[in-house]
Design a protein around this ligand. Structure first.
Ligand code: AMP
Length: 208
């Protein structure tokens, strides 16, 4: 199972990826999570990426492509992987195709989690993330329901950054829908429904 999840920030890609990983034991490759970990660790990648992330802009391709290639090579990705937040533009999609071809692999499906822009804005402004385990909740969660960790609002979920992130998605990432459609790999689910209902549809679309 080699899958690319497409969809705007806040569409629920991470949540659906976590469910697929829990049920099928494939690797969850979230470039946003990898970058946030690098920022937290203050690694050289994190230091370079932070200002782009805080502004809601994509980090440069050269910082992210090698990171993903290395991750695809890891042991736990050999059984399959869910790419969440990558590729984010056509250059990254082409680099991914090249890297997979070299590895003798390919994408089985690019699954679009489709949610209207006004719903996304409301979701992102209310989104809260656990500082300890990364769980995604809402402003109603005072502490993390999974590990009791402290919940916080990501800098890039603040109202002034949300609109910019959606513009970046429209301009740079949404053309990938066409990219994968042309290759006969696109599937789509309506993401504006309860998580478990979306998940059933996700599995249906993926033939699981
Ligand atoms: P996400 O958690 O996927 O919304 O990502 C948070 C931020 O990390 C984005 O707004 C970008 O600044 C950066 N980022 C994540 N994935 C990528 C990527 N594939 N290419 C460039 N920047 C990325």
């Amino acid at each position: 199972m080699n899958i690319v999840l497409l969809g705007a920030p806040g569409a629920g890609k991470g949540t659906q990826a976590q469910k697929l990983v829990a049920e099928f034991g494939v690797a969850h490759i979230s470039t946003g999570d990898m970058l946030r970990a690098a920022v937290k660790a203050q690694s050289s990648l994190g230091v370079k990426a932070k200002s782009f992330m805080d502004a809601g802009t994509l980090v440069p391709d050269e910082l992210i492509i090698d990171l993903v290639k290395e991750r695809l090579d890891a042991e736990d990705a050999q059984k399959g992987f869910i790419l969440d937040g990558f590729p984010r533009n056509t250059a990254q999609a082409v680099a991914l195709d090249d890297a997979l071809e070299t590895m003798g692999k390919s994408i089985d499906s690019a699954l679009l989690v489709d949610v209207a822009a006004d719903v996304i804005v409301a979701r992102l402004s209310g989104r809260r993330t656990c500082k300890v385990c990364g769980y995604t909740g809402t402003a109603a969660n005072e502490v993390c329901p999974r590990c009791d960790g402290e919940m916080y609002q990501r800098d890039d979920d603040k109202p002034e950054t949300i609109k910019h992130r959606l513009d970046v998605y429209e301009q740079q990432t949404s053309p990938l829908v066409e990219y994968y459609q042309q290759r006969g790999l696109l599937n789509k689910v309506d993401g504006d429904r309860p998580v478990d209902v979306v998940y059933l549809d996700v599995k249906d679309q993926l033939g699981l």
